[in-house]
Design a protein around this ligand. Structure first.
Ligand code: KG4
Ligand code: ZN
Length: 357
């Protein structure tokens, strides 16, 4: 039996969790900085770092006490090493180095992007995760920083089929919300307002899907682009006399149609890749995977013989349970990082996932 303490600080949530043997989440504590960044309309990296510094100790204490364990019971510290905001990552990594050194336990560096994929398996257990009937698996990772399709084989070999060439899907929702002065983060607000609007009212573009009379370029078959949708929203708003002149109905219809354009694009691309690679399972993960419309459309449009696995909402947005969970697999393999390891900002090339093979 191994207890892993996961620590997450890649963006604007400070999180710690205690996870037993990769799947049993004994605690998952998250301190959100949303209130701090909301005033500024987005995440300010240096400010995030300062907030992590304040929050880490109490969050780790909370994770340990709600798990009913002490620091001395921990077998390994797993920490998000990247990708993310460097000032924010550095705080978590330095803290984790200190802790692992004090406790004399190994330190595991976790790839945040992979951890999001793992979040969809936290509640399932090893058997489900390794069941060959679920492979090849296609993962759509959609967050504030990423929009990628990753193909994973049962032996753990993996490759990124495509990603966004400009904004991430979450960024498109956050920026759309900012443009319409609806607040930060935009995803949850847009989702809520959309419930009162008509998603077919306006036809926002579905970039790189081969629509609007434009053939889909082969090199962009699995890529995404969301900056055009955002520009279309800007012109739409201007054409209707500016946000201040929107009726409630126009606002609701605009937001619902905007959300539909983002979600429809994500789902179309996912289904294209799922068919092309004859996948057996589709996994949906990352903060935007909280979105109700996306969850229902991925399930609704997936071919009948394809299993759809969607991360539970509590493991979609940033959390440390996914870090402690995936970290267990590196711990088991003895893949530790040294105390002079650095954080990394960008997603490295994907060749394998750490939780298989
Ligand atoms: O995974 P995450 O917490 O952080 C990153 O790694 O980026 O994702 C944050 C993103 C934000 O863009 C936020 O607007 C979006 O997830 N999000 C949502 C919802 N909840 C959070 N997007 C759509 N619908 C939601 N319900
Ligand atoms: Zn994330």
């Amino acid at each position: 039996m191994s207890l892993i303490l996961g620590i997450e600080s890649s963006c604007d949530e400070t999180a710690a969790a205690v996870v037993r043997d990769g799947f049993e989440v004994l605690s998952s504590a998250v301190a959100s900085q949303i209130a701090v960044h909301a005033k500024l309309g987005g995440v300010v990296p240096e400010l995030a770092a300062r907030e992590h510094l304040k929050a880490l100790d109490p969050v780790v204490s909370e994770a340990l006490s709600s798990a009913g364990v002490t620091a001395n019971d921990i077998d390994c510290v797993a920490v998000t090493q990247g990708p993310g905001l460097i000032p924010a990552l550095l705080v978590g990594l330095s803290y984790a180095k200190g802790l692992s050194s004090n406790l004399k336990v190994p330190l595991v560096g976790v790839n945040h992007f992979m951890a999001h994929i793992y979040g969809a398996f936290l509640d399932t257990g090893m058997e489900e995760l390794t069941d060959p009937a679920g492979y090849p698996m296609l993962a759509l990772v959609v967050s504030g920083g990423h929009t990628s399709l990753v193909l994973v084989s049962s032996d753990g070999s993996a490759r990124q089929l495509g990603c966004t060439i400009d904004d991430a899907a979450g960024e498109a929702l956050d920026k759309g919300s900012k443009l319409l002065e609806l607040g930060y983060p935009g995803g949850p607000v847009i989702s809520r307002i959309s419930e009162n609007g008509n998603p077919q009212a306006f036809n926002f573009p579905r970039p790189l899907t081969g629509g609007a009379g434009k053939a889909l370029a082969p090199e962009h078959r699995y890529n995404f682009s969301f900056s055009g949708i955002k520009t279309a929203l800007l012109y739409h708003t201007r054409n209707h006399g500016g946000k201040e002149n929107f009726s409630d109905e126009l606002l609701n219809d605009t937001v619902a149609s905007y959300q539909m354009a983002v979600v429809d694009t994500l789902v179309r691309k996912t289904m294209l890749a799922a068919k092309d690679f004859n996948v057996k399972q589709i996994v949906l993960a990352g903060g935007v995977a909280c979105n109700k419309l996306l969850r229902s459309m991925i399930s609704g449009r997936a071919p009948k013989n394809v299993k759809v696995r969607i991360a539970p909402p509590k493991y979609c947005t940033d959390n440390a349970a996914m870090v402690g969970g995936i970290g267990f697999h590196s711990f088991k393999k003895g893949e530790f990082i040294s105390h002079d390891a650095d954080s990394f900002a960008r997603l490295p090339g994907i060749v394998k996932v750490p939780f298989l093979g």
